[in-house]
Design a protein. Structure first.
Length: 334
């Protein structure tokens, strides 16, 4: 069966028909596109107001509530830092950065090594660095709890830092956490138990069970983050740069992907994640924010050097090691 070409007359009428139809087709396509965009917009809006912002006990809207208990029924609703970072918009932004980093690594040949880093980051821990006197005093008193700068100053347990440092510290903490800033304890994410030595030569490693449900992470030191993103009081924290404890590998991959190459090995992971030479200005680490206090039982291990300056320090260090050993916990030599 042969197919005949249209006559000039048929071709002409065909073109005229299409000319009349295309505007209607264009309007239909445009309308469909608008509906699709509206649908996505409504879904995004709905995602920002999912059950995570509603009390599971009484249904109260807690999206703007920054206490760990429901204002209506006092049901436990979780630490406010975790609730904020767990919002769909925040998690979506982080996941996008994480997936983009993995996709880019496939193009430059570093995917296998970045995947190894990704897996290693799930084995990380939170560490807090202190001096020998603090470590000794903390571990030898079962009734003590690890507090915060704001709470210690407010209760007159310690004097404030110099005015400029005090003003900057309290303002930055409030920019991230508002009125509950006084309840946030700060740590660093570590793979080998080493910490930020500019805060002290001994690192206290916290157990997962003690912090997993109340810890969040920020991609870098909060002081540096404020400067990097030119944040001012009242500004929202840019989405995608914080994570829950369970998603800590994502924030590590998003931050460190550009530093991973075909030559990167597992031996490089710890130093990529955390660098500290004793100088605050050179510190580079992922900051951990822990809501609420913890006691010595939260310490899973301690890391430091056994060499001491005098007999008194030596005696304190021996007591620390004995306490750790009796509790079945580990001393790690640095």
């Amino acid at each position: 069966m042969s197919i005949q070409s249209p006559s000039p007359r048929q071709f002409y009428f065909g073109i005229c028909s299409l000319a009349l139809f295309f505007p209607q087709l264009y309007l239909l396509i445009t309308a469909a596109s608008s509906v699709k965009k509206l649908r996505h917009s409504l879904l995004d809006h709905a995602n920002d107001h999912m059950d995570i912002d509603t009390c599971s006990n009484c249904g109260e809207d807690i999206s703007r509530h920054i206490q760990p208990n429901c204002p209506r029924c006092f049901h436990a609703i979780g630490p406010p830092n975790v609730r904020e970072v767990s919002r769909p918009k925040e998690k979506k932004a982080l996941t996008t950065r994480y997936e983009t980093a993995l996709e880019t690594s496939q193009e430059d040949g570093s995917y296998a090594n970045l995947s190894n880093l990704d897996a290693a980051m799930l084995k990380t821990c939170a560490v807090i660095n202190v001096d020998l006197d603090f470590l000794h005093a903390f571990l030898t008193n079962e009734k003590v709890q690890y507090s915060t700068y704001m709470l210690l100053v407010r209760s007159a347990v310690r004097i404030p830092a110099e005015q400029q440092d005090d003003r900057r510290r309290t303002s930055i903490e409030s920019m991230f956490f508002g009125s509950y800033a006084e309840h946030i304890r700060y740590a660093a994410l570590s793979l080998d138990g080493s910490g930020v030595t500019s805060y002290g030569p001994f690192a206290m490693q916290l157990s997962d069970v003690a912090i997993a449900e109340r810890a969040t992470l920020l991609e870098e030191n909060s002081f540096d983050f404020i400067d990097t993103y030119a944040m001012r009081p009242g500004d929202a924290v840019p989405p995608g740069y914080r994570s829950t404890w369970q998603d800590r590998h994502k924030i590590a991959v998003a931050k460190l992907a550009e530093r991973v190459s075909e030559k990167t090995t597992q031996d490089d992971h710890a130093a990529l994640l955390l660098y500290s030479d004793g100088n605050h200005e050179d510190d580079d680490f992922i900051e951990v924010h822990i809501y609420g206090p913890f006691n010595p039982g939260a310490i899973a291990a301690a890391k430091g050097r056994s060499s001491t300056k005098n007999a008194v320090e030596g005696a304190k260090l021996k007591i620390i090691k004995d306490i750790l050993a009796k509790a079945g916990k580990t001393w790690i030599e640095r």
